[in-house]
Design a protein around this ligand. Structure first.
Ligand SMILES: Cc1cc2nc3c(=O)[nH]c(=O)nc-3n(C[C@H](O)[C@H](O)[C@H](O)COP(=O)(O)OP(=O)(O)OC[C@H]3O[C@@H](n4cnc5c(N)ncnc54)[C@H](O)[C@@H]3O)c2cc1C
Length: 221
């Protein structure tokens, strides 16, 4: 999915692989400090990480933010999710059109990326764990988690397992979201917050939130 965003960002001065450590209001706008010691300045600051990560970046100036902004951010909650990518030596047993949704057990969802048309060569499955399972095993060793998910996925594997990779998403899906498409304040300096926690827990929601906040920023103060 990042291909679309990379294309949209092509004309922009974009610094990837750059971790922001903190942000603080400055005389005109904001100071942005990275973990590598770089410093940037901005008239308006737009934050789009998951709400707890935005709050951590703003930790040094929470007291000077409007109380309603702080409480809105604190009310956003997320489910965690393990995502396991498994490659197989032959076709899977996932039925057409290439997706299984489950209500109980460790697994919530299995997608066959070959049937989906985005994987070529060996069959590749994406397996998402249930939120409750992820919460219970969040700190467990990767091998243990992968084995539990692969055991539960056995009926749909259909072929020999070749490789697996496990990703652990702490803020995977916003479950308590906000009705408005973004937050914006001029106090103590122009600050906007947007993400899928405002627009709905999918790519589309994140896009619509970003579009709405961009219009607000372009409209000015
Ligand atoms: C496993 C999984 C599968 C999914 N599958 C689908 C799907 O099939 N279809 C769909 O529509 N949606 C899917 N989603 C949901 C979709 O990925 C999200 O809704 C969407 O990515 C949210 O976009 P966002 O811009 O709000 O946040 P993110 O995509 O989370 O972007 C936030 C960005 O902020 C950056 N960031 C955070 N902190 C810092 C910092 N301190 N310094 C610098 N950068 C920072 C992060 O690196 C990240 O790039 C899936 C999510 C997960 C976890």
């Amino acid at each position: 999915m990042s291909g679309i965003v990379n294309e949209l960002a092509r004309p922009l001065d974009l610094r990837s692989q750059t971790t922001v450590e903190r942000v603080e209001p400055a005389e005109k706008g904001w100071r942005i400090l990275t973990d590598a010691g770089q410093e940037f300045s901005a008239g308006t600051l737009l934050l789009t990480p998951p709400a707890p990560q935005s709050m951590a970046l703003l930790a040094h100036c929470v007291d000077c933010l409007p109380a309603d902004i702080v409480s809105s951010l604190n009310n956003i909650a997320y489910n965690p999710c393990f995502a396991l990518l498994a490659t197989l030596g032959g076709p899977s047993q996932v039925p057409p059109p290439g997706c299984v949704k489950l209500d109980s057990g460790p697994i919530a969802f299995i997608a066959d990326n070959t049937q989906k048309g985005i994987s070529f060569g060996n069959a590749a499955l994406t397996i998402h764990a249930q939120a409750d399972f992820t919460r219970s095993y969040f700190e467990a060793p990767q091998d243990e988690v992968a084995q539990l998910l692969l055991d539960a996925a056995k009926p749909w594997l259909g072929s020999q397992l070749l490789t697996w990779q496990l990703h652990r998403w702490r803020y995977s899906q916003p479950v308590a979201t906000l009705a408005e498409p973004y937050l914006f304040t001029l106090d103590p300096a122009p600050l906007a917050l947007a993400s899928d926690a405002f627009g709905g827990p999918r790519i589309e929601g994140a896009f619509l939130s970003g579009l709405a906040v961009a219009k607000r920023i372009i409209a000015g103060r």
